[in-house]
Design a protein around this ligand. Sequence first.
Ligand code: SR1
Ligand code: MG
Length: 420
Amino acid sequence: MSAPATDPATDPTIGYEVLSAESAPTYVASRPDLAELLDTDRLARVEEVGDGNLNLVFILTDVDGRGVVLKQALTYMRLVGPDWPMRPDRARLEAEITRVHSNVAPGLVPAIYSYDPDRYLIAMEDLSDHRVWRGLLNEGQRHDGVAEAMGRYVASVAFGTSPLGMDPEEQKALAASTSNGELCRITEDLVFTEPYVDAGRNQVLLENEVDAAELAADTEMVEAMGLAKWKFMTEGEAIIHGDLHTGSVMVRGTGPDGAPGDGSSSARAIDSEFGFCGPVAFDIGALWANYLIAANRGAALGDGVQRDWCLDLVPRTWSAFEAEFRRRWPERLDPRVWHDDLAEQLLRHWQQDAWLFAAAKMARRIVGLAKTADIETLDPEIRVGAARSVLRTARTAVRERVSDPSPHNLVALAGSIATP
Ligand code: SR1
Ligand code: MG
C-alpha cells in the first residue's frame, strides 16, 4: 500500500487546518505559549519529518538551536491514505498519556508543551539531537543503557499508572479517559489476527510464502496468539505505551557505544498514541521482539558482535524492569493485602506473557502490514533467511515459554536460530 497522493494540507475533506512546512511557523508565532520557545523570525529549519505510519510531524528550530516539534493527526492513516479513516482525537490521547508517563517516568518521554484540540495537534519537546533507535541499530551502532532505560520506563508505568501506585478511583477515571477502541482494534487485527487469517494486507517475498503458510497452519502458534489477543483485550493493568518498538525510542548518546549516565546521553519513549489500560507484558514483549529482529539483521549481515549485543538487550531490559519494579514495591498503596508474594507472582506472570507478546510482535512484522526496516532493507538474498529465522523464533518461543520463561532462555533459543 502506498501513501496518498493528495496533500493533506490542501485536502478539503479533512475539515480542520492541516499544517505544512510553509504554514507551521505562522502557527507557532500565533500561539503565545509556543512562540516563546523559539524565534520564528530566525528559523534555521522547518521540516516535515514524519516517518511513522499515522501522522504528520514537523520540526522547527531557530538559529540559536531552540526548537519545537508539532505532531498532527490526520483523519486517516498516513501509510494507507483516506481508504483507512481514523479519528484524529488519538492525538489528545497521546498528549494525555505522554503527560501521565512523564509524571511517573520523568526524563524518559518527551515534554508536552500543549495540545490544540481544534487541529488535533501536539506541541512537544524537540528531540532532534536524538535519533530513532531502530535506525542506529540498523547502522550497527550500540548505545549502552537504552535497553535498561526502557526497562525502567515500563516498570515505572506499570507501578505508577496501575492501582499499585494510583488511587483506584483516579486510576479507573484515567483508564476511561484513555480508552482507545479504534487503535486497540488495529493491534488486535494486525498483530494477533491477520498474520494467521489473511485479510488481504499480508505480504512476503515469494521465497517466504512457504514460511507464512507454515505459520498460519501452526495450530499451537494460532492458539497461543488467540490467548495473547484475549489477554491484550481483557487485562487492564496499567496505562501502557502500546507500541513500544525500537522505532518508538529516541536515543542521544556520545556516539557509537556511547556510555549513558555521562550527562549527555538520553533515551525517550515516544509515540504513545496506541496507549490504553492494558497488559504490562505487552510493552516488554514489544521491546524483546524488536531486539530479536535486530539480532536477526546482525546475523544475516554476518555481524556476530551486533547479533550478540542485540540478543543481550532482552535480559538487560528485563533486569532493569525487575529492579525498578522491586524498588517501587514498598510504596504500593495497599500493603494490607498486597504482600510480597504478589510481587513475585506479578513478575512471573509478566515474564511469561512477554514471551507470548514478543512472538506475536515478531510474526506480525514479517508477514503483516507495517514491517521493519531491519529486515526490509536487507538484500533479498539474505532477507529471505532473516525473515524465516524471525518466524521460527516466534513459533519456537510460544512452545518454550512455559518450561523456562527466563529472558536468558529466550536469548539461547533465538541465538540458536539467528545464525549467520
Ligand atoms: C498500518 S500501521 C499500524 C501500525 O503502525 C504502528 O506503529 C503500530 O505498530 C501499528 O500496528
Ligand atoms: Mg508509532
